[in-house]
Design a protein around this ligand. Sequence first.
Ligand SMILES: [Zn+2]
Ligand SMILES: [Zn+2]
Length: 238
Amino acid sequence: MSNCLVCQGEVASSFGWDEFLGISKAEQVCESCEQAFQKISGKLCRICGRVWDEVPVENRHGDICFDCHRWESDDETAGMLKMNRSVFTYNDHMKEVLAQYKFRGDAILVDAFYKDFRQMYEKYFKKDSWMLVPIPLGTGRLYERGFNQSLLLAKLIAPIGFPELLAKTDSVKQSKKARQERLHQENPFYVIEPQKVRGKSILLIDDIYTTGTTIRMAAKILKEAGAGDISSLTLVRS
Ligand SMILES: [Zn+2]
Ligand SMILES: [Zn+2]
């Protein structure tokens, strides 16, 4: 018996040779928590990964949603993000778990997403060679929280780690202005070693995709440093 990472309840473990040999991780989430997470599947917006059935017909532009159409209609942001894919919807259960993960500093919770996060990576991104770049936190925030949730997610895919290519300044405060205005503001991200991103396909990793502003700001800076295609893999799509 082990305990569920989310609710601490007991998990019936099915011990197998795989676990013994360290090939895969044992089941660490109980059945009811597992079922309360809602995985994203079916037809999606080609760019942002929003569930297509949830896009009203009048908001569809070919195979992309209204939001993506706006990003693609602006010269500043067109073509910046090739594809975002998210693993789970932002339902009440996920809101709670994510808050526990991020704000209550329960870093171990990331292991609860191991299997599904890796599966999504393998489905959409494994066949091409992407450089993983977790969305960084500013140093102030990192100090407060003690860990970067996006870095831990990226490590689910590449446990041995990867070079740190992107950083974030503390000075720029995200305002509640319209996202287009925000994107034209000072970009909080900067590339640490531009020579390492030149011509590379970059896969940004973050915990949540909401409006897509954060991902596109990071993508913009990386593109300016000479990166090739940029996609993102996020845990949750709100
Ligand atoms: Zn549980
Ligand atoms: Zn979209």
